[in-house]
Design a protein around this ligand. Structure first.
Ligand code: FES
Length: 98
Protein backbone atom coordinates (compact mmCIF):
# COMPACT_ATOMS: atom_id res chain seq x y z
CA UNK A 1 0.00 0.00 0.00
CA UNK A 2 1.14 3.52 -0.84
CA UNK A 3 0.06 6.71 0.89
CA UNK A 4 0.19 10.25 -0.45
CA UNK A 5 -1.66 13.53 -0.12
CA UNK A 6 -5.08 13.69 -1.79
CA UNK A 7 -4.50 15.30 -5.21
CA UNK A 8 -7.67 17.44 -5.03
CA UNK A 9 -8.13 20.57 -2.99
CA UNK A 10 -11.83 19.89 -2.57
CA UNK A 11 -14.12 16.86 -2.91
CA UNK A 12 -17.90 16.88 -3.12
CA UNK A 13 -19.58 13.56 -2.33
CA UNK A 14 -23.05 13.81 -3.83
CA UNK A 15 -25.49 11.04 -2.91
CA UNK A 16 -27.46 9.60 -5.81
CA UNK A 17 -28.57 6.46 -4.00
CA UNK A 18 -31.94 4.98 -4.88
CA UNK A 19 -33.68 2.86 -2.28
CA UNK A 20 -36.64 0.58 -3.04
CA UNK A 21 -40.01 2.22 -3.65
CA UNK A 22 -41.51 3.58 -0.47
CA UNK A 23 -38.14 4.28 1.18
CA UNK A 24 -36.69 7.77 1.30
CA UNK A 25 -33.46 8.29 -0.61
CA UNK A 26 -31.53 11.03 -2.35
CA UNK A 27 -31.68 9.74 -5.93
CA UNK A 28 -35.43 10.05 -6.50
CA UNK A 29 -35.43 13.40 -4.74
CA UNK A 30 -32.99 15.01 -7.18
CA UNK A 31 -29.60 13.77 -6.03
CA UNK A 32 -28.45 12.93 -9.55
CA UNK A 33 -29.45 16.39 -10.76
CA UNK A 34 -27.49 17.95 -7.90
CA UNK A 35 -24.42 15.86 -8.77
CA UNK A 36 -24.71 16.81 -12.44
CA UNK A 37 -25.08 20.50 -11.61
CA UNK A 38 -22.04 20.40 -9.33
CA UNK A 39 -19.97 18.64 -11.96
CA UNK A 40 -21.02 21.13 -14.65
CA UNK A 41 -20.32 24.06 -12.36
CA UNK A 42 -16.84 22.81 -11.53
CA UNK A 43 -16.12 22.12 -15.19
CA UNK A 44 -17.37 25.58 -16.18
CA UNK A 45 -14.93 27.08 -13.67
CA UNK A 46 -12.11 25.13 -15.27
CA UNK A 47 -11.36 23.38 -12.00
CA UNK A 48 -12.00 19.77 -12.94
CA UNK A 49 -8.44 18.76 -12.13
CA UNK A 50 -8.55 20.34 -8.66
CA UNK A 51 -12.12 19.86 -7.46
CA UNK A 52 -13.62 16.40 -7.53
CA UNK A 53 -17.36 15.72 -7.73
CA UNK A 54 -18.04 12.10 -6.87
CA UNK A 55 -21.43 10.45 -7.07
CA UNK A 56 -21.85 8.23 -4.07
CA UNK A 57 -24.29 5.79 -2.61
CA UNK A 58 -25.96 6.17 0.77
CA UNK A 59 -24.32 8.47 3.28
CA UNK A 60 -26.60 7.21 6.04
CA UNK A 61 -28.63 10.42 6.33
CA UNK A 62 -31.41 9.62 3.87
CA UNK A 63 -34.25 11.57 5.46
CA UNK A 64 -32.24 14.78 5.15
CA UNK A 65 -31.40 14.40 1.46
CA UNK A 66 -30.45 15.05 -1.16
CA UNK A 67 -27.13 15.19 0.66
CA UNK A 68 -23.68 16.42 -0.30
CA UNK A 69 -20.60 16.15 1.89
CA UNK A 70 -17.74 18.57 1.28
CA UNK A 71 -14.11 17.78 2.11
CA UNK A 72 -11.74 18.94 3.48
CA UNK A 73 -14.28 21.01 5.45
CA UNK A 74 -16.26 17.95 6.50
CA UNK A 75 -19.49 19.87 5.95
CA UNK A 76 -22.84 18.18 5.34
CA UNK A 77 -25.20 19.97 2.97
CA UNK A 78 -28.73 18.56 3.17
CA UNK A 79 -31.91 19.20 1.23
CA UNK A 80 -29.77 20.34 -1.68
CA UNK A 81 -31.31 21.27 -5.04
CA UNK A 82 -29.62 22.19 -8.31
CA UNK A 83 -30.62 25.80 -7.60
CA UNK A 84 -28.28 25.70 -4.57
CA UNK A 85 -25.23 24.80 -6.63
CA UNK A 86 -24.09 28.34 -7.55
CA UNK A 87 -24.08 29.30 -3.87
CA UNK A 88 -22.29 26.08 -2.94
CA UNK A 89 -19.59 26.78 -5.50
CA UNK A 90 -19.32 30.39 -4.33
CA UNK A 91 -18.87 29.26 -0.73
CA UNK A 92 -16.67 26.22 -1.09
CA UNK A 93 -14.73 26.86 -4.29
CA UNK A 94 -14.62 30.49 -5.38
CA UNK A 95 -14.32 32.00 -1.91
CA UNK A 96 -11.45 29.66 -1.08
CA UNK A 97 -9.42 30.95 -4.02
CA UNK A 98 -9.26 34.50 -2.66
S1 FES B 1 -29.86 7.75 0.17
FE1 FES B 1 -28.65 9.57 0.31
S2 FES B 1 -27.98 9.52 2.37
FE2 FES B 1 -29.07 7.65 2.16
Amino acid sequence: MNTQPVPFRRIFLACINERPAGETSCGPRGGADVAAALKKGVNDLGLKAEVRVTKTHCLGLCAMGPNVIVYPEGTLLSGVTPADVPAILDTFVKAKEK
